[in-house]
Ligand binder design. Sequence first.
Ligand code: ADP
Ligand code: MG
Length: 321
Amino acid sequence: MASEFDLIDRYFKRAAPPGMLGVGDDCALFGVPAGMQVATSTDLLIEGRHFFPDVDPRALGHKALAVNVSDLAAMGARPIGCLLGLALPEAREPWLAAFAQGFHAMADQAGCPLIGGDTTGNPGALAISVTVFGAVRPEAALRRDGARVGDDIWVSGTLGDADIAYRLLGGHMPADEALLARTRTALEWPQPRYTLGPALAGVAHAAIDISDGLLQDLGHILKASGVGARLALDAMPVSTALADLPPARVRHAVLAGGDVYELCFTAPPDRADAVRRIGAECGVAVSRIGVVDAGGQLVVLDADGTPLRDLPRGFDHFRSS
Ligand code: ADP
Ligand code: MG
């Protein structure tokens, strides 16, 4: 069997970009442009908890990095590079090759090269830890505490698909091959908004990426900023893949469905045209879904202007129910 070093050389070592030191030494080295700070974030993915054991390894490699790049985007930071920690139950080379292919493709696409990591055998479940580094001007960083009363609330892309695919794959919805085919890409191949996020830095006031559900994640912005919000249900960008589903199911997927990796952000109303222009330049749809207000509540209005009751919440690992 190949040694740990052979595996690293074969699957993870790549030439580092100019000015950086990548895989192969005790540490990686990189700099940040003057006036910028390092933005860094890490995410841990455990088999059976964050992904299905039989998931396509190429998709898993993609997603392991994509969800981290999404955090950089939500901070308004441009990717610099990433680290990968792997605890492998067994070194199956075809699996590793496919995983690495998906990972490096995402790294190349986002300009976030793999510059180091750690690899270990582990008889338990597969665990993947990815750490990303990015650069952002501190005064323009899209922090969660930046929302102001009167801001518009925006969301990129469409909502709901990933939740439906997750339910179909987990057997929580009656099997529907056609619906799964329409929604599965959203769950397994999320596209982090690494161009949109940095473009919004200095324009938007606050941002978050939707990993646990729109209401829950927007709730983090509202809490950190000490504000409330009113959202319009009929302004939500719903994927056309969900057109045939019952409205209650769609509503739940859109408001509470996780694994979306779209950006939810707030911006002053006089920057609405700038936001639309940035969306168009980045090739990402942006929808205005509500406004920030001074109340401490998060209210969703239906098409008649009536507040929805019993709002669904998003995904929370530590909730008992
Ligand atoms: P150390 O003993 O100093 O921790 P390692 O033998 O663990 O070094 O790693 C050797 C080199 O390979 C280091 O540069 C490390 O960053 C890199 N590396 C190890 N595992 C990975 C991985 N999964 N992805 C990318 N780089 C890795
Ligand atoms: Mg090591």
